[in-house]
Design a protein around this ligand. Structure first.
Ligand code: CU
Length: 68
């Protein structure tokens, strides 16, 4: 499935690289792409392998909490 999260802390290319670098290696994640301008993270993943919560926790741990 594909899901889009908004992380207000995203501000630059470094943020994009950091978040994509954290999400892409997670088992079950197919693609992860950050759009800096909209502060959105679009993730394609298999929720049966990796629950949504795991993605959110991983982003928060990296310093990018997702807004509700
Ligand atoms: Cu940044």
């Amino acid at each position: 499935m594909q899901e889009t999260f908004t992380a207000p802390a995203i501000s630059c290319e470094h943020c994009k690289t950091a978040i994509e670098g954290v999400l892409r290696p997670i088992k079950g994640v197919e693609t992860a792409d950050v759009d800096i301008d909209s502060k959105r993270v679009t993730v394609a993943y298999d929720p049966e392998v990796t629950p949504r919560e795991t993605l959110i926790v991983a982003m928060a741990a990296e310093g990018y909490p997702v807004s509700a």
